[in-house]
Write a new protein. Sequence first.
Length: 267
Amino acid sequence: MVIAGVVLLLLCAGLLLARRSQQRKLREIAGTETSTVQGLLDAAKYVAERLGEAGSFSQMAELKGTIRCDSPLTSEIAGQSCAYYQMRVTREYEEEYWENDDRHGTRVRRTRRGSEQVAGNSQMVPFWLEDATGRILVNPEHAEIDTVKVVDRFEPAHDSGGHGVLRLGGFHLEVGIPLSGRRTLGYHFEERVLPLDRRVYILGEVHDAPGQLVVERPKERGRSFIISLKSEEDLIRSTEATARRLLIGAVASGAAGIGLIIAGLVR
């Protein structure tokens, strides 16, 4: 009991840390005023003129506009043009195993289901955020990216038992014979994308890189870098809801942990 209680207290601490991160994110979203592309260009130009050279401008900024891309990606499964995609293929299987039946002193054969990832990939390219005043380059690496699910499909296995060539849309993969005792039930395909020509909210750090401004991950550790298809208002609401759920989970696990520790010590 005591060990289980300690584990629950550690879980409580982890949830509180996660809540703290969500609260920090919420403060950054709510506390950062929306900039325009032209406003950032003017600010960078002013700094460059005062210092006599470009390359010294850096500012946390909140931007709202439309995603544009000169050289877009094509997602592997749906074949959709995008600036970012993430795909995963999971094999769902069924297997038999033996379990001791302590009550009757025998071994019982049971069946359980499981899954394993057989394919996965993600790709991204820089894109433009375009507003009414201009456009600015965005480097999405290391961003918290809000995506749209474009594929969520389960394909039952054929008589080959899962061995052969797996195909869906533009994706194909040769799959081998599964482990002995495992029967393939089918494959679950998932794909998410950051689509083009959609309204986007971005919170990140703007730098005057050589030749142009770019939005990137902040240099300061712990600062947020968000690329979201949600509006600022929806993003605030969802972050608040996540923080509340984490607090509820922390309180519940903390109370349960303390209860188990006390009960274990009393015994």
